[in-house]
Design a protein around this ligand. Sequence first.
Ligand SMILES: [Ca+2]
Ligand SMILES: [Ca+2]
Length: 198
Amino acid sequence: MSPIRTFVAAVIVAGVVAGAGTGAALAAPAASHFDGGSFETPRVAANTFVNVGTGGSIGPWKVTGGNVDHIGDGFWQAAEGDQSVDLNGENAGTVSQNFTTVPGKRYTVTYSLAGNPGVGGPALKTGKVLVDGQDFQNFSFDTTGKTMANMGYVTREVSFVATGATTTLSFASTMSGAWGPVIDDVTVRHCEPCPSCD
Ligand SMILES: [Ca+2]
Ligand SMILES: [Ca+2]
């Protein structure tokens, strides 16, 4: 009995998903083929980090400048899941991801921001969000009073109107040193109408 019931349930779920897909453009936020915004793959050994240089990848992300640190479970608190990224590896780095977009449509990027709480470098961490290589948003985070167990993540949001069939989203450190801004839980939503996107 139960296998049949499971099968029926699966068909119903598939039907609902298909229906949602066709109707999604009308109201609900739709996926944009953006992926891996939580930096959970590949897995980094627990309590360690991996330095990734220009040309390297972190799942669907590419390191497109300098180098970054891919932070493993337990090294410090993640905003979502277990892993995060220090945008300064040994020095300033940039991570970028290309994803499918519809020209003329508005997309909203949200991300969690903190900073490497290590004692090196200034407490104020700075970086920027770029869309297709253009500066879209500067961000900063003050790590004063923050610890590896209490990173103090804040949520930031920026929106853009796509100009091409693919868009490149980048996060770049704008400071020197090995202790940079930390990002995690990046999402991209396409929603129209969607008041929160304006
Ligand atoms: Ca994560
Ligand atoms: Ca670092």
